[in-house]
Unconditional design. Structure first.
Length: 479
């Protein structure tokens, strides 16, 4: 094991890698349930069914995507374990899954198209975008694009991701809440107290306490402080809510049945390919092409951003500031997306939550192997994943956000040609809820400032092309 994963060379141990793999899994276990909810609009009891859509069809899609999501996560994460040999994990990307639903599932309903037909047409688009990823990876173009990014963007991307994943953590447990006047606000503890019901704010309070626990243990140099914080928060959560976790195994058989009949190879069912380019919910070939480009751009730059962020935290950057084995990482990502579409789910991408495992000491593919095994357990005993509440995983995300912000200190803030694009990249990731949006806006700003100040060079051609593609995407696709 040491010889294959090179544990000593990476200054790590089997125990550390196991802890890191578990930490990553617990931080991203929510995707097992959240992804089918996003793709199938909540399933048979979700909002789309409430609007009048076929609840049975939505339930079948939910079941199919549930199994497909786990299988895609297993395959993608195993690719990191044995091919790229890095401590990162893959699963269906947040944001992309909601976009998939809006375009292909709920979009099909509102356009009068059969829901399952709409779902299958979406899998075709994902499959094509995955093949494009694969071609770009095989030719080395994706790696070239990654290395050609301006230095200020490379340094601000990890910090932006830090803010983004911290924001996800804050939002998941209600530490940050919606406000009709200011858009967002801090959790309303006083309102809950006056109402005589503290239950709604318990997740937020537990998460804040868990975050402090992780920070204290980290300052005391306690190894595994993140996983200890997650487990401690889990215990505190169940004590505060005075309940026990429940295990319900009754729906597993139906999930596998619907996966086989609706999800697996669904992109080859019926008129899926025809509907992908001419269905009423698509709107024509041009729109289909724009959708393919959009999924390509978002997945490419979500993955690039995550790689730069997590590799920076793990000190896995080469002498040029680029992630080690970035080419293999891109290849693993593209194969996972193609595989995921064949299973029956939306785009797979490298998960930002991998940074939590890195923070716990993960440095090799052994951590990824552990994470993939945990996903495999969920496949046959799914309630295990639900035992860890979001109130326990949110502290890990917030803590990693703190660690990743240090990268922004390396940006040259005296040069506005670097400072402004870096700033926009930093803030637009959490504010637009998209890693790729942050990178795109930063690339556009960098290009325009370089042109306007006559400091544009040949090396900026790549970032200019990226900026142009994002401009097209922003104009023609809402996401």
């Amino acid at each position: 094991m040491d010889k294959f994963f090179k544990l000593k060379e990476n200054n790590t141990t089997v125990r550390t890698e196991i802890v890191a793999g578990l930490t990553t899994f617990f931080a991203m276990a929510y995707i097992v349930f959240v992804n089918p909810d996003q793709v199938a609009a909540g399933g048979a009891a979700g909002w789309l069914a409430g609007a009048g859509a076929d609840a049975t069809a939505l339930g079948r899609i939910w079941n199919a995507v549930y199994i497909a999501s786990i299988l895609a996560a297993i395959v993608g994460t195993l690719l990191y374990a044995f091919y790229a040999k890095l401590p990162f994990a893959q699963a269906c990307g947040m944001g992309l899954n909601a976009f998939f639903c809006t375009t292909f599932v709920s979009g099909a309903y509102f356009a009068g198209t059969d829901l399952i037909t709409g779902y299958h047409s979406g899998l075709v688009i994902i499959f094509i975008s995955g093949v494009v990823f694969l071609i770009l990876s095989v030719t080395g173009l994706r790696e070239y694009i990654a290395k050609a990014m301006p230095d200020c963007l490379k340094k601000s991307i990890p910090a932006g991701i830090g803010l983004f994943i911290a924001y996800i953590g804050f939002q998941n447990v209600g530490i940050i809440q919606a406000n009709q006047y200011t858009l967002t606000q801090f959790v309303d503890i006083n309102g809950a107290r006056l109402a005589g019901d503290m239950a709604p704010v318990i997740p937020a309070l537990v998460a804040l306490l868990g975050f402090i626990i992780i920070a204290v243990l980290g300052r005391l140099k306690v190894k595994g402080n993140v996983i200890i914080g997650i487990l401690a928060s889990t215990v505190i959560y169940y004590l505060f809510t005075w309940q026990l976790p429940s295990l319900d195994l009754s729906a597993i058989g139906q999930s596998f049945k619907d996966f086989g009949e609706v999800g697996f190879l669904g992109l080859f069912n019926g008129d899926a390919w025809k509907n992908a380019f001419s269905g009423a919910h698509i709107g024509g070939i041009f729109n289909a092409i724009m959708l393919i480009i959009t999924f390509c751009l978002v997945d490419m730059f979500d993955t690039l951003g995550t790689l730069y962020g997590t590799a920076s935290e793990a000190d896995m950057l080469d002498e040029n500031g680029d992630p080690i084995r970035v080419g293999k990482s891109m290849m693993a990502d593209s194969i996972a997306t193609v595989t995921g579409s064949l299973f029956g789910t939306s785009t797979c991408t490298t998960f930002v939550e991998s940074a939590s495992g890195v923070a716990a000491g993960g440095r090799t593919g052994l951590a990824s192997l552990v994470t993939s095994i945990c996903f495999a357990v969920c496949l046959f005993f799914s309630p295990l994943a639900s035992i860890i509440p979001s109130a326990a995983t949110a502290p890990a995300l917030i803590y990693v956000g703190v660690l990743m912000l240090k990268n922004f200190a390396k940006v040259d803030m005296e040069d506005l040609g670097s400072a402004v694009p870096a700033f926009l990249t930093l803030v637009m990731m959490p504010l637009t809820y998209s890693i790729s949006n942050g990178i795109g806006i930063g690339a556009i700003a960098y290009t325009l400032i370089a042109l306007a100040t006559k400091k544009y060079t040949k090396k900026d051609i790549t970032v200019t092309v990226i900026a142009a593609l994002f401009i097209i995407r922003f104009i023609f696709v809402t996401m």
